[in-house]
Design a binder for this molecule. Structure first.
Ligand SMILES: [Zn+2]
Length: 427
């Protein structure tokens, strides 16, 4: 078996991941939030590696970093870009691999192809999207949504914990915040950003750590993503009656917390009866008035429900919502469900999935096909072009924490799969 990307690249990729992982360290851990000096230092470092590989480097309006290897073919079809990438921003107290691996693995694959085979027939772009995580501003997928023209007016006014708006932070980092007045003239919902579409992009590939335990558990080294999960977010409020913790007999209480805990337990058991890929999480719970000697009068909690299939997601949503609404009439407890966010599952392109599976076999790996339980820039790009994603195992399934780890060999194998696939798509 001869791999396009030789094994020597494993040490190079590991070295770069470690070097990039030391950029953006804060007193509590790694945090590269967009439009901060740490983030800009990371961009400078990666831009340098892009230039070393002979790529033309540019930033766009919101700070996406793009390294381009121009194509030899002319004409409309020859000009369509094969893009590969991920993001350089991180969550708070992050690990070194989420996002960084996709950018550096993609760059390494492209560098090696250009070095050994010359310029591609079709242009290839290595893209480091900005603001994929919503770790500073309550805006996620900033870079990919900007590139595909789906930013909504008002999003640049979103503020961080310090009260600084996204627009102000951009100006602070030397970017001119775009004026988004909401008038797109098309009659639909106003949107902003560039509008790279299918006439410009031929495909988008993203290598990413799995961020869950499934791949490691399967014993395989490469995952090919079938779809990215759909997600429902909701807020549930349980209202009972606050009272004195010492004077109200148990039989006369309307304890909102007891009702909420029973409800969450029931929702959890119900979700476990659905298929394996349906997941339900209550990650936030607030008890009011929140005093040790007061019976809780009101409890609110969040619901995060995900599934890679739309029908299954809708079925689970209806079931849980019905459970909540049925609780409303019980024992003087009132329960309200409020929808906050909905995204449909995004299928990856079946042709690209087949190409990635072939590419995995070409590097000697039998891939596992699996859905992604986390969101990625690829799901945004899927709105304008075909997308394919490669996963490598996360040790212990850990991610979004300093313990996040993927072996150097798995990182290398992921980049090697990209190299095989990019050769087929762009050469
Ligand atoms: Zn990520």
């Amino acid at each position: 078996m001869v791999r396009i990307l030789p094994r020597e690249n494993e040490a190079k990729l590991e070295g770069r991941l470690l070097e990039l992982g030391s950029v953006g360290l804060t007193p509590s851990g790694l945090w590269r939030a967009p439009f901060t000096p740490g983030y800009e230092r990371a961009v400078t470092l990666v831009s340098g590696w892009m230039r070393d590989a002979g790529l033309d480097v540019r930033r766009d309006t919101v700070g996406n970093l793009i390294g381009r290897a121009g194509g030899r073919e002319q004409g409309p079809d020859g000009g369509r870009v094969v893009a590969v990438g991920s993001h350089l921003d991180t969550v708070r107290d992050a690990g070194r691999y989420d996002g960084a691996l996709g950018v550096l693995g993609g760059l390494l694959a492209v560098s090696h192809l250009v070095e050994t085979k010359g310029p591609p027939a079709r242009p290839i772009e290595v893209i480091a999207f900005t603001g994929e995580e919503s770790s500073r501003f309550p805006v996620s997928f900033l870079g990919s949504r900007w590139m595909t023209g789906s930013i909504e007016p008002g999003e640049f006014a979103a503020v961080d914990d310090q009260g600084m708006s996204l627009g102000e932070a951009m100006a602070d980092s030397g970017f001119e915040p775009p004026v988004v007045d909401g008038a797109d003239g098309a009659g639909g919902a106003p949107r902003a950003g560039t509008s790279r579409g299918s006439s410009d992009l031929d495909a988008y590939l993203e290598l990413h750590i799995e961020q869950g335990p499934v791949l490691e558990d399967s014993g395989r080294s490469i995952g090919v993503v079938s779809s990215i999960v759909g997600q429902c977010e909701a807020a549930v409020t349980v209202r009972g009656r606050a009272g004195h913790a010492g004077t109200v007999p148990m039989r006369m209480r309307r304890d909102a917390l007891v009702a909420a805990v029973q409800l969450i337990g029931a929702m959890n058991r119900e979700t476990a009866r659905f298929r394996d890929t349906t997941v339900f999480t209550v990650g936030k719970l607030a008890v009011r008035p929140g005093s040790s000697n007061v019976i809780p009068g009101e409890v609110s909690f969040t619901v995060d429900l995900r599934d890679p299939g739309r029908d299954d997601l809708v079925r689970a949503y209806r079931c849980l919502r019905n459970m909540v609404e049925a609780t409303s009439s019980a024992d003087g407890i009132e329960v309200a469900w409020q929808d906050l966010f909905w995204s449909d599952p995004v299928p990856c392109d079946s042709g690209l999935a087949a190409l990635l599976a072939r590419s995995a076999r070409a590097v000697g790996e039998d891939p596992l096909t699996l859905p992604s339980g986390a969101g990625h820039d690829a799901q945004i790009l899927a709105g304008v072009t075909r997308v394919g994603m490669v996963f490598v195992p996360s040790a212990g399934g850990r991610s979004h924490c300093p313990e996040e780890y993927t072996t150097s060999h798995h990182c290398y194998l992921g980049a090697a799969v990209l190299a095989e696939a990019l050769r087929e798509l762009a050469y």
